[in-house]
Write a protein that binds this ligand. Structure first.
Ligand code: NAG
Length: 433
């Protein structure tokens, strides 16, 4: 090699020294090498969420800021009889600038039906199934997902179960200020989140607040728009929705919740709209658990519990799901720290599989209200069979196999006498300013 190079070098030297009349060409434009092999208007990170009665919000991102926000959809593959146009947003965060984030609401849609759709007029066809209008209905429940190998196996197991709606009590991407990790999370969950509605509330990893520089929840609110307007809320951080015979309230552990707060006022208004004949099941979901016998995050939910638990109790809430603690725990019916047949069952399910690992240490002895606790990654399934019975199961990720580790029939409070017994109590609580 060396021997061959020498004549070349000599040649170049002799050319440069003699070619005085050589005109150097102008610099050329930088090559445009797209980050992805796909066109910049190609839809990415597609996910869907319930958006009021019979409607679904389709969310996706394009690198191209001029890509249209249209969703074409229909009940047959490749044949789109309907088209809807939506709104867009984008945000910047220090050196990061997001793509164009499209939110397009489609509907009215038939319940329990398959629809085929396409985003922005190009790219692959997606397939979604709307939830049923009546029982039975199945929910997947998973918190603190992140994007690790464990997240992947949890998602695979959720994919295998036949669920209608996924409920997520906070901590999605674990982007932790590194904004492109929100994009990788969006791509990771797309296969599931584009086919069944994902209903989320915020956790501490969604806050991403930088004092004096960036408000909280910029990325979360831009990317995971939930039906807050549809449910009379003024913030994406708390909202409610109804599906089949369940009224589901998503609360914000990281927004104000004191009795003077907007959230508290909204909660009272929302509870006043609940009709247990229409929705016999009442579920509440937020991030920081109120009943937690793990040493991790011990007592953190105390303030919110003190303010809001009496309201939920007066309203005879059936089930409360929380995340935050990276383990699984299920309570008996409990109120104010004591066993109570009219209290809610509290389930902590912050074990989706994030990078921070499991929370192994528990308080001993196990409190009376705590019925089952285990520090393993996994997910839950709630099948509401009818107005009074639901089957709950928790599935541990054992060497990539989903193994049912805890299950129980839960009966709703609707026919228990609790709802009737607390009618005046609830009316009084909702009327008090
Ligand atoms: C509800 O489902 C449970 C469990 O399958 C069953 O035992 C019960 O009879 C059902 N109730 C009604 C009203 O159908």
């Amino acid at each position: 090699m060396k021997l061959k190079l020498i004549p070349t070098v000599l040649l170049i030297l002799s050319v440069t020294s003699t070619a005085d009349d050589y005109v150097r060409p102008q610099p050329r434009k930088t090559l445009h090498l797209p980050w992805h092999s796909k066109p910049s208007s190609y839809p990415q990170q597609v996910h869907i969420s319930l958006a009021g009665d019979k409607h679904m919000r389709v969310t996706w991102i394009t690198d191209d800021k001029s890509a249209p926000s249209v969703v074409e959809y229909g009940t047959l593959p490749g044949k789109y009889d309907n088209v809807a146009e939506g709104e867009t947003t984008s945000y910047s965060y220090i050196f990061y600038s997001s793509g164009k984030i499209h939110h397009t609401v489609i509907g009215p849609l038939e319940p329990n039906s398959v629809y085929f759709y396409r985003c922005g007029g190009l790219g692959p066809e997606f397939e979604l199934k709307t939830p049923p209008a009546q029982f039975p209905i199945s929910f997947a429940v998973v918190g603190d997902l992140g994007q690790t190998g464990w997240t992947k196996s949890t998602l695979d197991h959720i994919d295998q179960c036949k669920y209608d709606v996924n409920l997520i009590p906070g901590d999605l991407s674990y982007a932790d200020y590194i904004q492109h990790r929100w994009d990788t999370f969006g791509r990771l969950v797309q296969p599931l989140a584009s086919s069944r509605p994902w209903m989320v509330t915020q956790g501490n990893h969604e806050v991403e607040h930088i004092p004096l520089l960036k408000d909280g929840f910029i990325s979360y609110n831009s990317r995971w728009k939930m039906p807050f307007e549809e449910s009379g809320s003024s913030s994406n951080l708390y909202y409610s929705f109804e599906v089949a015979g369940a009224h589901i309230i998503m609360l914000g552990s990281y927004d104000d919740y004191d009795v003077y707060s907007e959230q508290y006022k909204w909660l009272k208004t929302d509870l006043s709209k609940v009709d247990r004949k229409r929705t016999p099941w009442l579920l509440v979901i937020f991030h920081v658990p109120w009943y937690n016998s793990n040493t991790a995050h011990q007592g953190e939910g105390g303030d919110m519990m003190e303010t809001m638990e009496p309201l939920l109790y007066a309203a005879s809430v059936d089930l409360v799901f929380a995340g935050h603690v990276h383990a699984y725990e299920r309570s008996k019916r409990v109120y104010n720290g004591k066993l109570d047949p009219c209290g809610a069952v509290h389930i902590t399910i912050g074990d989706g599989g994030n990078k921070e690992g499991l929370a192994h240490k528990y308080i001993d002895p196990q409190p009376k209200w705590s019925e089952f606790r285990e520090a393993s990654f996994g997910h839950g399934e709630l099948k509401i069979v009818n107005s009074t019975h639901a089957f709950w199961s928790w599935h541990r990720n054992d060497d990539d196999e989903p193994v049912k580790s805890d299950d129980i029939w839960i009966t709703s409070l609707v026919n228990s006498g609790c709802v009737a017994q607390k009618k005046t109590e609830l009316e009084h609580a909702l009327m008090t300013p």
